[in-house]
Design a protein around this ligand. Structure first.
Ligand code: SF4
Ligand code: SF4
Length: 496
């Protein structure tokens, strides 16, 4: 056992209102610089939709993440040993400017400095790259709320495997349903970005699992940009270096929450510590797709287990961190309640941020009744849901519908439990049956409700200030481990 600590986040998608405040907060703090104009370390997408950069989930095109070889080994999709070298000079799997957008500003000085005149002054858009006037035809949230659109939503790659009928339903105007998906770097436990870097500039911090790029070592090869299946690494065209979300570590080190977390209007984010066993990453991530979520759960350790604590201590993890892991809201959502799921675990990078799938777009379609909450048909209505379970499973459980359904059933049961208590229009025995079917006890339902609906910031953010003096050397030499899995697997991790 080789226990590591990870600062992890849960996004409760039923609470996200798609306001983009998180994206703007992040932009103002980190990417309001020359060369970084088009970067959105945090972005919020409408699903179904094509996202940012456009079609980022299309791994046929971008070849991000890991693939399982016939011998059950993991190999980077973006490069074998030889073509990794060739792609240094020409990489056809990189997103181009057209997949992001040409960043622009407006000629504000025309407004401020305009002379008195009969005509209104105008502020035309100008490119932030060339300074020339441009016609805007793309942006970071260009398909916002366009779920039913044949131009955008219809191209969502997660529709693969849906029947024609299921697809058509999504585009019936009365039944259009959508959800918001906020995305930052997942600070993966098996990061393909780290494994792909020819210069060894990327690393995963041992003490908190944050994945960073050493700007002094980065040579701008951009192998990480193709290798990251979430497209969460950006190339700064002014400095010639790659950049990514740093999970606001300078804020965490001074006891402040990340900017996206701090500003989140919906209070959808939870931050806490997870302990995981680095020895088990490789075998977990080389298992078959439907088993990946369970395999990842097995890698995450029980913070109350004495052998886990002993291994954590011997790896240099501080007592404050171990204590935070015991109180972690993330552990509750991911392991105890099994409500929060990884995004696209089939990319096999073992993302360490998690999502509670949203119930609302799933419920609310049963025949022609948009909101049929009749408890007799309650769980069967999941099968006829507005946003198909297959679609949700493609996002959050590598196609395993049982896992997503179990999480949604539990969310439904909690709602019914509270409805019985607070509105009183549902009978006890029916609610008990619903809860039995969803495998949730009244105590657990109450706890889920408290943490979901009315949590204080101290319950959503459970993390001691990070301490740089406790830095732990945990990333192996990428040149030596290239093409293998489980980065962070340096033997004898410990404080230097
Ligand atoms: S999402 Fe994972 S693979 Fe992508 S940059 Fe972050 S750590 Fe690397
Ligand atoms: S600030 Fe919160 S609620 Fe608003 S879009 Fe971001 S994650 Fe969603």
């Amino acid at each position: 056992m080789d226990v590591r600590a990870q600062v992890s986040m849960v996004f409760h998608l039923d609470k996200c209102i798609g306001c983009h405040t998180c994206s703007v907060a992040c932009k103002n703090v980190w990417t309001d610089r020359p060369g970084a104009e088009y970067m959105w370390w945090n972005n919020v997408e409408t699903k179904p939709g094509t996202g940012f950069p456009r079609m980022w989930e299309d791994q046929e095109k971008y070849r991000g993440g890991w693939k399982r070889t016939s011998g059950n080994k993991l190999q980077l999709k973006s490069q074998g040993k030889l073509d990794g070298l060739l792609k240094l000079f020409y990489n056809p799997n990189q997103p181009g400017l057209e997949d992001y957008y040409e960043p622009w500003t407006y000629e504000y000085e025309n407004l401020f400095d305009a002379q008195e005149s009969d005509d209104q002054p105008t502020a035309r858009p100008v490119s932030q790259i060339t300074g020339e006037e441009i016609r805007i035809n793309a942006g970071p949230n260009w398909d916002d709320d366009l779920s039913g659109s044949p131009l955008y939503a219809a191209n969502d790659v997660n529709f693969e495997g849906l029947t024609e009928d299921e697809r058509q339903q999504l585009f019936e105007i009365q039944r259009v349903a959508f959800m918001y998906l906020p995305r930052i770097c997942n600070h993966c436990a098996n990061p393909s970005c780290v494994a792909s870097c020819p210069s060894g500039a990327l690393y995963k911090r041992g003490e908190d699992g944050i994945v960073l790029i050493n700007q002094d070592i980065c040579r701008g090869w951009r192998a990480c940009i193709s290798a990251c299946p979430y497209k969460k690494i950006y190339y700064n065209w002014v400095t010639g270096k790659s950049e990514k979300c740093i999970l606001c570590y300078p804020r965490l080190e001074t006891g402040q929450a990340p900017a996206c977390f701090h500003s989140c209007v919906g209070r959808i984010r939870y931050l806490g510590v997870l302990l995981y066993d680095a020895d088990r990453i490789e075998s977990a991530m080389s298992t078959s797709e439907p088993l990946l979520v369970e395999a990842q759960r097995d890698v995450i350790c029980d913070p109350n287990d004495e052998s886990v604590i002993a291994s954590a201590r011997s790896n240099g993890i501080s007592e404050e961190f171990i204590d935070a892991a015991r109180k972690s809201p993330v552990y509750k959502y991911v392991i105890e309640w099994k409500l929060a799921l990884p995004l696209h675990i089939e990319y096999r990078t073992m993302p360490m941020l998690f999502y509670v799938p949203p119930l609302l777009p799933v419920m609310g379609k049963d025949g022609d009744q948009p909101y049929d909450h009749a408890e007799d048909t309650f769980f069967t209505s999941l099968d006829k849901s507005r946003l198909s379970i297959k679609y949700m499973a493609r996002l959050f459980s590598a196609g395993n519908e049982t896992i997503v359904t179990a999480a949604l059933k539990k969310l439904m049961a909690v709602r019914y439990f509270k409805r019985m208590q607070q509105v009183g229009d549902v009978q006890d025995d029916k609610v008990r049956r619903i809860m039995r079917e969803a495998a949730v006890t009244p105590e657990e339902a109450e706890e889920i409700y408290m943490l979901t609906a009315v949590p204080t910031v101290n319950r959503r953010y459970v993390l001691p200030p990070l301490q740089r003096e406790e830095s732990i050397e945990a990333t192996c030499n990428v040149q030596e481990c290239k093409g293998s899995c489980g980065f962070g697997n340096v033997s004898g991790a410990g404080r230097k």
